[in-house]
Design a protein around this ligand. Structure first.
Ligand code: ARG
Length: 283
């Protein structure tokens, strides 16, 4: 074989090898275009699809102004009221927060920013069971400019959701347990799990303070896994048929087939929510 043939042939080989390598590479790149991969089993959504979602940003008392970073999710209940989780805000004060509405991102200044004026945390948070009554209301000022498009209040559920009903959860939390969080807003659809099934699943988890109380609600793909909320999604919404049924609260790791995600049960906590809202309306 002449020398030029050899060069030509090896060039062809290199080319072929490069081609076969290029295909899996392409897939990798697609995955990277979603920062941090995928929410556990979810998809990139748009704030217009979940216009009640907010990002709760937090800074330490002594950290400089405007060093606020995403800490939790939350849901818009009215132009001045946000529902979030008690475990998100416990031990902090209102001035440590900003609320961002109408944005797809967990960082940056997209959307509308407002301040937290007051925090109402459930007085019986953690009483009777771990994470029991994991709910809080934030009063924001100035009021959010509800626009019926990217910034919108969600109706609160007053009855328990049906077992198996499809719920939508959303947030900027980690895309795997201990993994990276997403800068883009993600969502995932998970079925509601019955109280009894959830209690069975958590029977041997943690100490005796961990069980599923009536103030909790569970959702997840039992026996399948792969779809769940995770760290940083806390305080955010679980919505069934356009009503807020849950607030992201806790779980054993994330997206396990053996353990559903656990949520504060909005319908069960309605007496507390309504009482606090009446106090807010009067003040
Ligand atoms: N506690 C977490 C947070 O602060 C939320 C955990 C939810 N876990 C789950 N497997 N659904 O963001």
């Amino acid at each position: 074989m002449s020398r030029s043939w050899l060069v030509c042939f090896s060039a062809l080989l290199v080319c072929l090898v490069a081609l076969t390598q290029a295909l899996p590479l392409q897939e990798d790149q697609d995955e990277k275009s979603v920062p941090g991969g995928r929410i556990v089993g979810g998809y990139v959504t748009d704030i217009a699809q979940v216009p009640y979602q907010i990002s709760l940003r937090y800074k330490g008392i002594t950290t400089p102004q405007n060093a606020y970073r995403h800490r939790c999710g939350g849901s818009i209940v009215s132009s001045t009221e946000i529902l979030t989780a008690a475990h998100c805000i416990i031990g902090t004060v209102a001035s440590q927060y900003k609320v961002i509405a109408g944005s797809n991102y967990q960082t940056g200044t997209d959307g509308v920013i407002t301040n937290v004026k007051d925090i109402y945390m459930h007085e019986e948070y953690f009483s009777g069971a771990a994470y029991n009554n994991d709910i809080a209301i934030l009063v924001v000022d100035p009021p959010l400019p509800l626009n019926n498009f990217t910034i919108k209040a969600i109706k609160l559920a007053s009855e328990q959701p049906l077992e198996g009903a499809v719920s939508k959860i959303s947030g900027w939390g980690t895309t795997s347990p201990g993994g990276y969080s997403s800068n883009l807003l993600l969502a995932v659809d998970v079925p509601i799990v019955s109280h009894d099934d959830c209690n069975l699943d958590y029977e041997n988890f943690g100490d005796e303070t961990y069980y599923i109380t009536p103030a909790m609600l569970c959702a997840g793909k039992r026996g399948v896994g792969g779809a769940d909320a995770c760290q940083g999604d806390s305080g955010g919404p679980l919505v069934v048929r356009d009503e807020l049924h849950g607030v992201v609260s806790w779980g054993n790791s994330c997206a396990l087939a053996t353990h559903p995600g656990v949520y504060a049960n909005v319908a069960n906590l309605r007496p507390w929510i309504d009482a606090i809202r009446a106090i807010i309306a009067e003040s």
